[in-house]
Design a protein. Structure first.
Length: 284
């Protein structure tokens, strides 16, 4: 069965819910802006394709299913633009609005430029590839996330996430991966203080890790052929299996496991609240 799409093009909308409950519709070269400041313009819709359009009003895409957005822009005024929506593809799009994704499922981003505080909270199956993301507090309590080839900047990222994979990315952050579960990071640079505290089943493979006091209070932490730069007071009260290429500034009271490195500035094994049995091996 072939579904014929309705087409809405070259129009400006500024009233409340003007395209409410539209189905199988192409919205092309339209602008959502104006003095009437209408909210929720494409709400409760399905099968919508948005192309070359501009959003400057609040809550434009809520409760949408099976949608596609491409070559478009969401301004800083388009607050909380995509919430409670499922099965979306977002391509070649600029998103500069706060709280851009909330309680969504199966949303895929490709070649996007995103600057959004509180990005992608409480969402499932979020994929972001070949994109730039700035967010002070990203992916809070989200799960089933795939990230590849992104540049990320922002504090307090990936907290309470579960089932996430990051590949070939640059992460500039602070307090990242706190309380996370089942996270794998490969071939990436992670720059930030207090990395991965209270995480469970965090695995870092061929990564460069920068910043003070990383990877403390971790359960079942695993590092494979990683580099640690300016990383002091690492691994406090963590259970860890790690192979580190090069130098570690200092290690403090890891609980159990084994840490191998080429050189170590200081092994602090004193004044521990817990019994420690971690083996530390200096290879050179």
């Amino acid at each position: 069965m072939v579904i014929e799409m309705r087409k809405i093009e070259n129009m400006t909308f500024d009233e409340e819910r003007e395209l409410y409950n539209i189905k199988d519709t192409l919205v092309y070269n339209c602008r959502f802006e104006g003095i009437n400041d209408g909210e929720s313009q494409i709400k409760e819709s399905s099968g919508v394709i948005v192309d070359k359009s501009y959003f400057d009003l609040r809550y434009p895409i809520w409760h949408n299913d099976n949608f596609k957005i491409m070559n478009s822009e969401f301004s800083i005024n388009s607050r909380a633009p995509i919430w409670y929506s499922n099965n979306g593809n977002i391509l070649n799009t600029k998103i500069y609005s706060v709280k851009a994704i909330r309680e969504c499922n199966n949303i895929k981003f490709n070649n996007c430029d995103i600057n959004s505080t509180e990005f992608a909270w409480k969402s499932n199956e979020i994929d972001i590839v070949n994109s730039k993301l700035v967010s002070e507090y990203a992916f809070f309590e989200s799960k089933d996330i795939f990230i590849e080839d992104i540049e990320f900047s922002g504090k307090y990222s990936f907290q309470y996430v579960s089932n996430m994979e990051i590949i070939n990315s640059k992460i500039d952050t602070k307090d990242a991966f706190w309380h996370s579960k089942n996270v794998v990071v490969k071939d990436s640079i992670i720059n930030g203080e207090y990395l991965g505290w209270y995480s469970e089943n965090l695995t870092l493979i061929n990564c460069k890790i920068k910043g003070t006091q990383p990877l403390c209070y971790c359960k079942n932490l695993r590092l494979v052929d990683c580099i640690m730069e300016n990383a002091d007071l690492a691994f406090e009260y963590s259970s860890v299996e790690a192979t580190i290429k090069g130098h570690i500034d200092s290690i403090k009271n890891p609980i159990s496991g084994k840490i191998e490195c080429d050189s170590l500035g200081e092994n602090i094994n004193s004044n521990s609240k817990y019994k420690t049995s971690c083996v530390i091996i200096i290879n050179r």
